[in-house]
Design a protein around this ligand. Structure first.
Ligand SMILES: NC(=O)c1ccc[n+]([C@@H]2O[C@H](COP(=O)([O-])OP(=O)(O)OC[C@H]3O[C@@H](n4cnc5c(N)ncnc54)[C@H](OP(=O)(O)O)[C@@H]3O)[C@@H](O)[C@H]2O)c1
Length: 362
């Protein structure tokens, strides 16, 4: 079967489609899935590029993709909720791939764990389903955390003015929809680059109250009043410094999904694989963030999407099934390797893409 891989540490220009054996169910809670569409995320390209190699060694060839949709082919003896022929979407836990000897999810077949998959609603295409689950979960968990911090300060998300950098990034576009359609946020301010300004209304109709071209304003407080933002969902590595001056200094809350996480969150994600020096670096980064926040009462917290929380996975599936989020995505075909490499390069660089990158397999 065909599978997208990085034969060695490489930028996306070095990705290849190779032939790998079809994997088989090894454990009672596993399912063999014929993949129809796979989602590519920044982490996939960073692992393949070697950025994480000091943290862990991924075996070569590095198998790409941890999120997909498809049809169940067969199931292990303990699988209760799925049977062959069911259309599903879901994810693996993270990098390195949790299943020994299994291909990544950007392959014709993959192995999925029952608890990490849900049934695909009939109204969604396979491409749409592959684009929604993971980042809707991250948004939902981030906003639950944000709502808790706001409540500690006597505030609600609903009554807040919210800032999201990258309105048409994969995470931003879903985040804005969850904020508006699930939490009923009143006012959303969001940034995009110049060519995307007119596209915000097309992809997120009626959702963003103020669209700002971030490439025009090095200092965003020239266009967004300082102190006017109650809650920010930080989706960009480069944005924290520019968000802080916009925040309500007494009660503001920031949840960041794109920062150096505190050691506690890294340990949750990596367990005993986390090297001691990485925990030190992460702890040092927290001192830097504390320095950025000096003289304010802004609460900064961090979130790494956690598929292990079954209730959150179910709530996310409900948000998706009810149509509260719609896909913002671009789709390339696995057989067009040049298009796959080019689109993966946008994900790797964090520039130029629009919505989630989906690779259509079938
Ligand atoms: N913690 C978690 O659980 C979690 C989950 C998912 C993702 N993440 C992280 O979140 C980050 C974003 O992920 P993503 O999937 O949304 O990536 P993405 O879709 O590739 O986002 C990059 C997009 O944002 C825009 N952009 C780049 N710099 C910007 C800036 N300074 N301000 C506003 N927009 C900017 C770019 O468009 P233009 O070039 O047109 O501006 C680009 O299309 C990544 O670092 C990823 O690792 C974390």
């Amino acid at each position: 079967m065909r599978a997208l891989v990085a034969p060695k540490y490489t930028k996306p220009s070095g990705y290849e489609v190779i032939d790998l054996p079809v994997p088989s169910v090894q454990k009672p809670n596993e399912m063999l899935i014929k993949v129809h569409a796979a989602g590519i995320m920044t982490g996939d390209t960073l692992v393949a590029g070697g950025t994480m190699k000091l943290l862990f060694k991924a075996p070569f060839p590095i198998r790409i993709g941890i999120e997909c949709s498809g049809v169940v082919i067969n199931v292990g003896s303990a699988v209760k909720n799925f049977k062959p022929g069911d259309a599903v979407y879901g994810a693996a836990f993270g990098h390195p791939m949790e299943f020994e000897n299994a291909p990544g999810y950007c392959s014709e077949y993959c192995i999925g764990r029952e608890s990490l998959f849900v049934h695909k609603p009939a109204h969604l295409s396979f491409e749409e389903a592959a684009s929604l689950g993971g980042f809707t979960l991250t948004a939902y968990q981030s906003f639950e955390l944000g709502a808790k911090h706001l409540a500690d300060r006597g505030k609600t998300l609903e009554g807040s003015t919210v800032f999201v950098p990258g309105a048409l990034s994969a995470t931003g576009a879903l985040g804005i929809q969850v904020l508006k359609n699930v939490y009923g946020v009143g006012k959303i301010v969001a940034t995009v680059s110049t060519s995307k300004v007119p596209l915000v209304e097309k992809y997120l109709p009626g959702m963003v109250d103020q669209v700002v071209d971030y490439t025009e304003f090095e200092d965003l407080s020239r266009i967004i009043p300082a102190g006017s933002i109650d809650f920010a969902y930080n989706t960009q590595w480069s944005s924290l410094e520019s968000i802080i001056p916009l925040m309500n200094k007494e009660n503001g809350v920031i949840v960041s999904i794109a920062s150096l996480f505190p050691p506690k969150i890294l340990r949750q994600a990596m367990g005993p694989m986390l090297p001691f020096w990485a925990a030190w670096v992460a702890a040092l980064a927290q001192l830097y963030y504390r320095w950025l926040l000096r003289g304010t009462n802004i609460k900064l917290d961090f979130l790494s999407g956690n598929l292990g929380k079954k209730d959150d996975v179910e709530k996310t599936a409900e948000i998706i099934a009810l149509g509260k989020v719609k896909s913002v995505m671009r789709v390339v075909k696995l057989e067009d390797i040049e298009a796959v490499r080019k689109a993966c390069d946008e994900v790797y660089k964090g520039k130029g893409g629009l919505g989630r990158l989906i690779v259509k397999i079938v």
